[in-house]
Design a protein around this ligand. Structure first.
Ligand code: IPM
Ligand code: MN
Length: 368
């Protein structure tokens, strides 16, 4: 039987509670679809840091390199100064393992969960491809005259042609394969007659960030010439935020830099029903990828069995898809949609009408 070896990093806060349900559902899918998963648990996070002062030893980075997949719960602890765990664990793994894509499918499952109540699942179904290793996140820059009245702080955005190109390539390939090549309904008749089946929007700020997004824009159009079925579109990041709320049906696949991607994917999570369902992947197409619910560690709900595990379950689905278990991934997603539409009252923590464990059980039983 095919066996996948997966590293599990439950992390902090509600991370362990939601990861438990993700593992439960993935196990149910494995049984049903005939494969096996070996889970290897690691206890990195706030608790371990507070006890030992250790965030992520170098030897452990090497250990993670041996995996194709990591399942991550949440990073962040109320007793640890912000930045230590984020940079030392999450960003360190993203950078060291060259998970240069951050992939965020955005799909509305049920109208009541959306603040844009006249929009339905047919209007909100796009994917954000966020560059995950460069931009403002590299730590380039520094202080001058720190602590004096003349203090200067500089934070630089790093955009390499190699980094931008590999991100664009992932986005164009994803766009090309989306819906198995069946045309996207958002296309204009003239696009369809020109042979387009899908759209890729570059989200940037070419009117102000005239170096970084000049490079992005040139690279986008140069590479796009090799993808004749992908319609190229451009939107400024501020306008993208506006349209996510006003006209989310205008988006199919979006590609953007690290900082803009961070911001627009939080907004995107809200229009799909909230952090209770939003999942993401940190992807190295040739190496080790890491999948996580978007929600964070939610200290206020920790240990109460009330947090919504569907985001972690969706992350488990994305993870199985990346391992080639497409049937299992589709079954998980369809089950999540069914459970949301027939059972769960609200996607918010504590208001689901079920506990965390019960939601995991519902999905696992239905998948099995
Ligand atoms: C995310 C998070 C991280 C980011 C934080 C925790 C460093 O907000 O995954 O979007 O900014 O990338
Ligand atoms: Mn974020």
């Amino acid at each position: 039987m095919k066996t996948h070896s997966i590293a599990v990093l439950p992390g902090d806060g509600t991370g362990p509670e939601v990861v438990r349900e993700g593992v439960k559902v993935a196990e149910a899918a494995a049984k049903k679809f005939g494969f096996k998963i070996d889970w290897h648990y690691y206890d990195f996070g706030g608790e371990r840091y507070l006890k030992t002062g250790e965030v992520l030893p170098d030897s452990e980075v090497e250990e993670f390199r041996r995996y194709r997949t990591i399942f991550l719960g949440a990073v962040g602890h109320p007793k640890v100064k912000p930045g230590i765990l984020e940079k030392g664990l999450l960003l360190r793994l993203r950078f060291e393992l060259e998970q240069y894509i951050n992939l965020r499918p955005v799909k509305l499952y049920r109208t009541v969960d959306c603040p844009l109540k006249d929009k339905g699942p047919e209007h909100i179904d796009f994917v954000v491809v966020r560059e995950n290793n460069e931009g403002l996140y590299t730590g380039a820059g520094g202080f001058l005259f720190k602590g004096t009245p003349h203090e200067v702080a500089i934070q630089e955005s790093v955009n390499t042609r190699r980094g931008v190109d590999r991100c664009l390539k992932y986005a164009f390939e994803l766009a090309k394969k989306r819906r198995g090549g069946k045309p996207w309904k958002g296309l204009k008749p003239e696009d369809v007659s020109a042979g387009k089946t899908t759209q890729l929007t570059l989200c940037g700020k070419t009117n102000v960030l005239t170096f970084a997004f000049d490079l992005w824009e040139r690279a986008f159009h140069e590479m796009g010439a090799g993808y004749p079925t992908v319609k190229r579109d451009y939107a400024h990041v501020d306008a993208t935020c506006m349209w996510f709320v006003k006209n989310p049906e205008w988006f199919d696949v979006i590609v953007t830099d690290n900082m803009f991607g961070d911001i627009i994917t939080d907004l995107a999570a809200m229009i799909q029903g909230g952090l209770g369902v939003a999942a993401g992947g940190n992807i190295n197409p040739e190496g080790c990828s890491m999948f996580e619910p978007m929600g964070g560690s939610a200290p206020k709900y920790t240990g109460q069995n009330v947090i919504n595990p569907l985001a972690a379950i969706n992350a488990a689905g994305m993870m199985l898809d990346s391992l080639g278990e497409h049937a299992a991934a589709t079954a998980i997603e369809n089950t999540v949609i069914k459970i949301i539409n027939t059972k769960i009252k609200s996607l918010a923590a504590g208001k689901m009408g079920y506990s965390t464990t019960q939601v995991g059980d519902l999905v696992a039983e239905a998948v099995a």
